[in-house]
Design a binder for this molecule. Structure first.
Ligand SMILES: Nc1nc2c(ncn2[C@@H]2O[C@H](COP(=O)(O)OP(=O)(O)OP(=O)(O)O)[C@@H](O)[C@H]2O)c(=O)[nH]1
Ligand SMILES: [Mg+2]
Length: 835
């Protein structure tokens, strides 16, 4: 690893390669030079005049797609043999005598082929060439191995991606970092060697200076777990910055064709420097309307309003967006959906009308010189645009250029790295981890900055539109499906609407029934929008919508169907919360309250990983309830870093865990109220629906068994106690098969005491499970994460547990035995007592 800015050292003398990238830009006007392809032997031995001896590059045999990692425990005859030719090659290629090299090379190719045949009779490419790879991992450190693998860097570009490190060929379940040019992936061990000082970001040393793989453009400058593990935050920041900003990684003007012409340098500069440059620009064909500032992909409806009066070479064509509405805006025939919006905006537009539309939405008929109104002025039109994904000019269009706050975010101060205790919070989807995270931020972290609030506001607003959009989209989707599946019902929507919902139905007719309602609802929604009766709309919408959502939520078949789109699982909250306030939320003056921030989905999502640093003030009443308050005053201030991995990130087969080897504690959150809920099945491929509590239990079990958490204490947060308490009376705990033997004492007949007993029982089940698997104690805390003080208490408890752990490690200290810290109490008490 070289410090940033250092010149890249010359590659080893024996490293020679060429790289071909497929060009998919616009056609070029000049003749392309042609070269006969060099034949790189894979399995067949090469001989004759075009063989290796005449090739300009010293070509190495192509290693198997996935180099086998051989473990010493499983020696077998063919493997032992195959290691020998590999050693030969290694020597051959360090040999300076070109001719003998090629001769030997062909020879060893022949050997490979023979070995391949014997090892893989079925015709699969055999694991033959091992390049001396690794009887044990120490081997990877040897210089010898480095040199060997480096030789193959140039010719193994097509190697199977993902699990295998491109350099050491080791196949490990750990995240890899990919080169943004050639997509070679490297493990943490090889990354810095393969990429050097990264003067252009994450590129192999050999790819520096090359244009990036366009499919990776959206990832430029985005955080990298593996880098953060290997380098200091400042170094990471620097690398990500150059990755995003360096010249070699920028889009080239000619990759953008606007109104039929490739851009020139200055045009590109104007575009990127304009008021609202298009986000996520990719190479391709676009259209631009200079008067209104509308911008879109060629053949598609407008995508964004960028800025007016940019001077590009090409002129906007009537068919730029493939419109068929027979109405024209600034010379472009608009699409049907735009026409619909014009109608909602009450713009009179008979066939063949030609309008001029200006950046603020002011419009006039061609040749009339009389502004008739502004298209996007009414909130109704704006809302309708949002629903059909059409752009509207931002109200602050004349304000200075937007800044992306994430990029201007400061890097936390890690100077005090040693004293920071890293806490990892995990849980299955919906267990409340992001709520707890946000509460912690509000409790102990810095407040949200105005920029953060602005971005959260946008997030909440876009959630709102997303929820409404789902209705419309879902409607079309299910309409098609349901009509196909239940033809008889196609004409009897009303009958279906009155079907008894409690009656078990087949999943299709159920889908149909809900779909019919959704369709009705969204038709009605569009009608009202078209009528402009916005005041009546939202209260009524909430009323109409809530029962539909409840139904969706309670019906496993629907849930499964929707889950496939991975969208509807948050609808109940959306309905209750967002719709009732949709008008307020969608207005530009809206400022999210703290409650909004806590309840909103997506605020902590980012790339699946978020963290905050905070300290916990010792002088709080809570700390006294856990023991020695004297000591508390003399303790140094504890710094913590809370890390949250999104449930989505975790679903990828626990790849992430190794990153967190050094965490001080794992906080595992479980939603108590999940005990009677069904969720999508896991990745095991079975189609049946799983109880969510069981799913959480399985995730918990898998997590505690991770070798890297062998010495890490766990705190279980049993969350959503409020919901649990509310429903325990009507929905028995034994609905969940894992809790089948729960028999509460029937001394009280109120929900509180029942919930309390049930909570203890659940806690015990987890404690027993934990003790059986690890032989250790599980610490349990109860929370209602929407209620901030309960989260505060949880963190103070967590801090106490950390202290107990420290002291136990040091001086055999054990905390006072209590329910929360002991495993002595067994769940059998609650079972036996009732019998
Ligand atoms: N009633 C109640 N709702 C809660 C509680 N904790 C969280 N929620 C809500 O439950 C929903 C899911 O909570 P999140 O914090 O987003 O859950 P998560 O663990 O981040 O799950 P994903 O977002 O799916 O990764 C949100 O709408 C929360 O507001 C609680 O204690 N009581
Ligand atoms: Mg969440």
């Amino acid at each position: 690893m070289f410090p940033p800015g250092t010149a890249i050292p010359d590659p080893p003398a024996n490293l020679d390669y060429s790289i071909a990238l497929e060009y998919d830009g616009p056609p070029v006007s000049y003749e392309l030079p042609r070269i006969d392809p060099v034949h790189i032997p894979t399995a067949d031995p090469v001989s004759g005049p075009l063989g290796l001896a005449t090739a300009a590059v010293p070509v190495a045999p192509v290693p198997p797609r996935v180099a086998p990692v051989q473990r010493p425990q499983q020696p077998s005859a063919p493997q032992a043999n195959s290691a020998t030719p590999a050693r030969d090659e290694e020597e051959e290629y360090s040999d300076d005598d070109g001719s003998s090299r090629s001769a030997k090379s062909s020879h060893s190719q022949g050997q490979h082929k023979a070995a391949a045949r014997s090892a893989a009779p079925g015709g699969r490419r055999a694991q033959v060439v091992t390049f001396g790879v690794a009887e044990d991992s120490n081997k990877y450190d040897s210089k010898e191995f480095d040199e060997v693998s480096e030789q193959y860097v140039a010719v193994t570009r097509t190697e199977k991606k993902g699990k295998t490190c491109h350099r050491c060929k080791k196949s490990k379940w750990e995240s890899k970092e990919a080169c943004i040019v050639c997509d070679a992936r490297y493990c943490s061990h090889c990354l810095l060697r393969a990429m050097g000082s990264m003067p252009e970001g994450r590129k192999c040393v050999t790819c520096i200076g090359q244009p990036i793989d366009e499919s990776k453009r959206s990832k430029l400058g985005k955080g990298s777990r593996i880098l953060s593990r290997l380098l200091s935050p400042l170094e990471v920041k620097q690398i990500l910055k150059v990755e995003k900003e360096c010249q070699a990684n920028q889009l080239r003007p000619e990759q953008l064709i606007v109104n039929g012409f490739p851009l020139h340098d200055e045009e590109m500069e104007d575009l990127l420097g304009c008021q609202r440059p298009p986000g996520n620009l990719k190479p391709g064909r676009y259209w631009y309307d200079k008067e209104s500032g509308l911008w879109g992909k060629e053949g598609e409806k407008p995508d964004r309003i960028i800025s007016t009066n940019l001077n590009f070479n090409g002129k906007l064509q009537p068919d730029a967006s493939n419109g068929t509405a027979q109405v024209f805006i600034n010379g472009r025939e608009i699409t049907k959906i735009e026409l619909r919006i014009l109608k909602i905006a009450k713009v009179q537009c008979p066939r063949d009308t030609h309008f001029w539309v200006y950046h603020d939405g002011g419009y006039e008929e061609e040749g009339q010189n009389n502004i008739k109104g502004k298209i996007w002025e009414s909130p109704l039109t704006r809302l309708a645009c949002a629903l059909v994904s059409l752009p509207v000019p931002p109200l602050n269009f004349d304000k200075p250029k937007e800044e992306n706050y994430y990029s201007s975010r400061s890097v936390p101060n890690y100077l005090d790295h040693k004293r920071i205790q890293r806490l990892l919070i995990l849980g299955s989807p919906g267990s409340g981890t992001s709520t707890i995270f946000k509460q912690a931020k509000l409790l102990y972290g810095s407040r949200f900055t105005p920029e953060e609030l602005e971005s959260i506001k946008l997030m909440i607003q876009s959630n709102l539109f997303k929820y409404l959009g789902i209705l419309l989209e879902g409607r079309e989707h299910f309409e098609e499906e349901a009509l196909a599946a239940v033809p008889n019902h196609a004409s009897s929507e009303d009958e279906d609407l009155h079907q008894d919902e409690n009656k078990p139905t087949t999943s299709n007719s159920c889908v149909y029934s809900i779909n019919a309602k959704l369709k009705k609802f969204s038709d009605w929604l569009l009608d009202i929008i078209a009528m402009g009766d916005l005041d009546a709309f939202f209260p009524a919408a909430t009323r109409e919508y809530a029962p539909i959502v409840d139904e969706l939520w309670n019906d496993p078949a629907i849930k499964a169907t929707y889950k496939r789109k991975d969208e509807l699982h948050f609808l109940p909250d959306a309905a209750e919360y967002f719709l009732s306030r949709a008008i307020e939320v969608s207005s530009n003056e809206y400022e999210p309250s703290e409650k909004d921030v806590i309840y909103a989905e997506g605020v902590t999502q980012g790339n699946g990983l978020s963290f905050i640093d905070f300290t916990l003030d010792d002088r709080s009443p809570m700390s006294e309830s856990f023991g020695d308050s004297h000591e508390a005053y003399s303790q140094p201030v504890n710094k913590y870093q809370l890390i949250r991995v999104s449930a989505k990130g975790m679903n990828e087969g626990c790849k992430w865990v190794e990153m967190f080897e050094d965490v001080r504690m794992v906080i595992f959150s479980v939603a108590l109220s999940d005990y009677d809920q069904l969720a999508l099945p896991g990745s095991d491929g079975s189609r049946s629906l799983l109880n969510k509590m069981i799913q959480s239990r399985d995730l918990f079990e898998a997590t505690i068994r991770q070798p890297c958490f062998r010495d890490t204490p766990f705190v279980l947060v049993l969350n959503k106690y409020d919901l649990f308490e509310e429903k325990i009376g009507r929905s028995p705990l034994s609905t969940c098969e894992w809790f089948g033997d729960f028999c509460p004492l029937r001394t009280h007949h109120n929900n509180q005491s029942l919930a309390q007993q049930a909570f203890y029982y659940v806690a015990m089940k987890f404690k027993d499970l934990y003790a059986a698997s690890t032989g250790r104690k599980l610490f349990v805390w109860q929370a209602r994460a929407r209620d901030r003080p309960t989260v505060d208490e949880a963190f103070r408890y967590i801090r106490e547990v950390l202290r107990w752990e420290d002291e136990r490690d040091g001086a055999g200290y054990c905390p006072e035995e209590s329910f929360y810290s002991t495993t002595e109490l067994s769940s059998s008490r609650l079972i036996a007592a009732a019998e």
